[in-house]
Design a protein around this ligand. Structure first.
Ligand code: GLN
Length: 197
């Protein structure tokens, strides 16, 4: 079956690995660029995007990750979504720039402003619990991006082809629908590759 990597340089990687394993999928913690090989998909967890960038600038990790995310299903949550975004503001910073969104970092205020919402989304199965922790705001999404959930009129869960991004932390809720969505995207991608080879 499929193997999903969870970038484990810092941040909320353990809970993602647990969510994946609860869905019967092998989760591999990724700490070196060479470990990106053999993965069917990758989760870039929440944490601090500036700290991620610092770690990634060592050992050619950023370059390896760049070509990985261009072709392989990747799910970025919170800081991970910031790393995938084409444009980052407040302040502007470097990113992998593969997902056609603009994000504003820390747009909802400081740590104390972290919130849990229950809101309807495009996912089946009723309202979704969404845990926001010093979340970025997606201030712009190009028409190529499908918006799956919103908060106050701004996208919080988006998909573009093989890429998925959430500004909240689905790994901190018991509900695994967002992880299941990512796994179905990975499986779709894997079977499309098999057909084409
Ligand atoms: N504020 C963090 C950043 O800008 C993101 C917070 C999170 O991942 N929970 O990178």
């Amino acid at each position: 079956d499929i193997i999903i990597g969870v970038l484990a340089l810092q941040g909320a990687f353990e809970a993602h690995a647990r969510a994946l394993e609860s869905l019967g999928v092998t989760a591999k913690l990724i700490r070196n660029p060479s470990e990106l090989k053999e993965l069917d998909g990758l989760i870039i967890p929440g944490g601090e995007s500036t700290t991620f960038l610092k770690f990634l600038e060592r050992d050619g990790f950023l370059v390896a990750l760049q070509s990985f995310v261009e072709t392989t299903p990747t799910f970025g949550t919170c800081a991970g979504a910031i790393l995938l975004a084409k444009r980052v503001e407040n302040p502007s910073q470097k990113s992998l720039a593969v997902l056609d969104i603009t994000v504003e970092r820390n747009a909802y205020g400081r740590q104390i402003d972290s919130t849990i919402l229950n809101a309807p989304t495009k996912l089946e199965g009723g309202p979704l619990e969404m845990v926001f922790i010093r979340a970025p705001r997606i201030t712009r999404a190009e028409p190529t991006v499908e918006i799956l959930a919103e908060r106050d009129g701004f996208p919080v869960l988006v998909r573009q082809g093989h890429l998925l991004a959430a500004t909240f932390h689905p790994e901190l809720s018991a509900d695994t629908r967002v992880h299941q969505l990512f796994l179905s995207l990975v499986r779709e991608h894997v079977s499309a590759e098999v057909r084409h080879s």
